[in-house]
Design a protein around this ligand. Structure first.
Ligand code: APR
Length: 232
């Protein structure tokens, strides 16, 4: 029997119970750092050491973190639905991969990857990046974290939009709905008649656009939702 095609979008909330900070919750990353100091191309040009240190700290935290039941449930769904699930994440940690997910679409980049600002070559980032690191391909001293900063284009949008145009189900998990284009995915899915569900600790900015909401912690709501989907 053909499975419904499912697009899942995750945000920082799915990694909260794995000990990684979110951005906009009480005491979150944007309470500790100004976005314009650590998460824009201008910030990197102005003070690359501050930016490199910010991502080195987050990379070390993510490196030591372990996936929670929310990540594990999504990996199980992908395995059982073999190819009919597109897992898109705004997160730059690799907890979905550590939980066994394959083919995770990192639309905001990822901490484990480094990018050359000159030739766009990508390679596996060392745990601690340094400023002025040489690109292994073009040798320019232009290595940077492979993170999509504010003002830059998210990655893989064509693939994401194509999947949304064919979605039967769209689920958003652990995201506040503050940042576009991700916050607009629910409208694109609704437009093609997909069922939409939000699983979030607090209602997101876009909660009114979802047909169904399952409030609570991802480690509880996501496994329950996956059980419901697999039981259909
Ligand atoms: N379970 C489920 N949801 C949770 C949990 C939890 N245990 N803890 C927090 N949340 C929810 C919060 O209610 C909030 O709505 O996760 C959401 C986190 O929102 P943000 O901190 O804004 O994170 P996110 O939506 O992923 O941010 C999007 O903004 O700063 C940029 O590029 C960055 O990818 C990030 C993007």
């Amino acid at each position: 029997m053909a499975h419904p095609s499912i697009v899942i979008l995750t945000g920082a909330g799915i990694s909260a119970e794995s000990g990684l900070g979110t951005f906009r919750d009480e005491g979150g990353l944007w309470a500790q750092h100004r976005i314009e100091d650590v998460a824009t191309p201008e910030a990197f040009a102005r003070n690359p050491q501050l930016v490199v240190d910010f991502y080195n700290t987050r990379r070390a935290q993510a490196h030591d973190a372990t996936p929670n039941a929310g990540h594990t449930a999504l990996a199980r769904l992908q395995a059982e639905y073999d190819g009919d699930v597109l897992l898109v994440t705004q997160n730059v940690d690799s907890l979905h991969e550590k939980a066994g997910s394959r083919d995770v679409v990192h639309m905001h980049g990822q901490l484990d990857s480094a990018l050359c600002g000159a030739c766009s070559h990508r390679w596996s980032a060392p745990l601690k990046m340094t400023v002025g690191e040489a690109c292994p391909r073009c040798s320019e001293p232009t290595a940077r974290p492979d993170i999509v900063w504010f003002g830059e284009m998210p990655y893989h949008m064509d693939r994401i939009e194509d999947a949304l145009s064919k979605a039967d189900i769209f689920a958003a998990i652990g995201t506040s709905g503050n940042v576009y284009p991700a916050a607009g995915f629910v409208q694109m899915a609704s437009y093609v008649g997909a069922r939409t569900v939000e699983m979030n600790l607090d209602p997101s900015e876009t909660v009114a656009l979802f047909e169904e909401t399952r409030p609570g912690k991802a480690s509880v709501t996501v496994p329950a939702w996956v059980e419901d989907i697999l039981g259909q």
